[in-house]
Design a protein around this ligand. Structure first.
Ligand code: SAH
Length: 393
């Protein structure tokens, strides 16, 4: 096994069990490990720091599997880690039959995401570490869950930074004709093969439920609706009308199917294929107004480098949404940008309110649901932030 030493003074993050080490923290080494190879990581003084996966292409050169010298990184290790992660989701059973079983770094499995949709698992291997253990991971998942099918969706952009090509396809079992899930009393069909990410945004589950509670008798505008998650929740919650906007025709088609899978009054629902940035202005020109507006855009700032441009985009949509909101109305506004802090996001929304000449208050805060935990050693895991804002006047 290859040993990698950390430069003097750079051990702190590993001692605090942060799962990443960047290239600049490593002392010179003799032999380059292979991609995904497990290495022994030592401090400058020779003390053991952990076992980590080597990633020669990425700035994040090491991702720790374990900080315990007694561990052996083998198939049994992954099975135990997966079992621990899955056990942590038991309390969610009441919410339906879909859950994130493994949430990467925060579950001690850097680069690995596993979503469960009924009998089907969808897996993302996002770095060379889990890629090197793919068969052990798939075998253990099959044994632990009894899944009828495991589908791989390793097509996220971050794989490029690891020197990995996209990889999609069935890896175990056979897919059913349709993957249908239940969430908080609603039915959704998940396109695991071609939907966005793994097919469904499970992280918003609790927030969709909350929107359902807030939607009674409201005229609702749901921007970036994808397959209609918030839209159906609002309709079921008794919304007077729900107008849903997305730029993806495929997403809207799936949303219509989702509506048909539920006993809801479709006449109160309208689907619009449009660019939200333009459509909000159009609604303003038409003199429209709403009681409840949801803004759940895609990641505008994947990393801290993109924050400035992203800030302008968030400011813009929130400004127009606040103009369209009736006095007393509610805006549920989200950012899923890892590079955007909660603090900065709130400042941006304050700027939007200022420019919209609206007096507004934060009345609730949103985060990802509990199957997307945030390890206290990995604050970067806190990617989804949301505010419920009330327009006072
Ligand atoms: N709220 C959804 C998830 C939203 S994902 C849920 O609960 O399931 C973000 C969505 O924004 C995607 O469906 C994507 O197609 C859409 N999108 C991205 N850019 C857009 C734009 N400029 N205008 C409209 N929709 C956009």
């Amino acid at each position: 096994m290859i040993t990698i030493q950390i430069k003097a003074g750079r051990e702190k993050s590993a001692l605090h069990r942060h799962p990443w080490l960047f290239s600049g923290s490593l002392a010179p080494y003799d032999k380059e490990p292979a991609a995904g190879e497990t290495v022994r990581v030592l401090g400058q003084d020779g003390r053991f720091l952990g076992w980590a996966a080597w990633s020669g292409e990425s700035q994040i050169r090491l991702r720790f599997w374990s900080f315990d010298e007694r561990d052996t990184i083998n198939a049994a290790f992954f099975k135990a880690r997966l079992a621990r992660a899955i056990a942590g989701r038991k309390s969610l059973a009441a919410a339906g039959n879909a859950a994130r079983l493994v949430h990467g770094e925060s579950d001690g499995l850097p680069g690995l995401v596993v979503d469960q949709y009924g009998d089907v698992l969808v897996v993302q291997l996002l770095s060379v570490g889990p890629e090197a253990w793919r068969d052990a991971i798939f075998d253990a998942l099959q044994e632990l869950t009894g899944a009828k099918a495991i589908f791989e969706r390793s097509d996220a952009d971050v794989r490029e930074l690891e020197g990995l090509a996209a990889r999609n396809g069935l890896v175990r079992g056979k897919l059913p004709a349709a993957v249908d899930i239940q969430e908080c009393g609603l039915n959704y069909r998940v396109d695991v093969e071609a939907g966005q990410k793994t097919g469904f945004y499970l992280d918003q589950r609790a927030n969709r439920r909350r929107i359902g509670e807030l939607a009674k008798d409201a005229e609702v505008l749901n921007c970036f609706c994808y397959t209609g998650g918030f839209s159906l929740a609002a309709l079921k919650g008794g919304a007077k009308s729900v107008e849903s906007v997305d730029s993806s025709a495929e997403a809207l088609e799936a949303a219509r199917v989702n509506l048909s899978l539920n006993q809801l009054d479709g006449s109160r629902m309208e689907w619009v294929e449009a660019d939200v940035f333009q459509y909000l202005r159009l609604l303003r020109d038409k003199g429209k107004s709403y009681d409840l507006i949801i803004l759940d855009p895609p990641k505008f700032a994947p990393t801290a480098h993109h924050v400035e441009r992203a800030a302008r985009a968030y400011k813009d949509i929130n400004l127009w949404a606040l103009k369209l909101l009736r006095p007393g109305g509610l805006l549920a506004t989200f950012t899923c940008s890892g590079g955007m802090s909660a603090d900065l996001f709130q400042k941006i929304i304050a700027g939007s309110a200022w420019d919209a000449k609206a007096e507004a208050q934060v009345v609730e805060r949103f985060t990802a649901d509990s199957d997307h935990p945030i390890s206290l050693n990995f604050p970067e895991g806190d990617y989804l932030k949301g505010l419920l804002v009330r327009k006072v006047a």
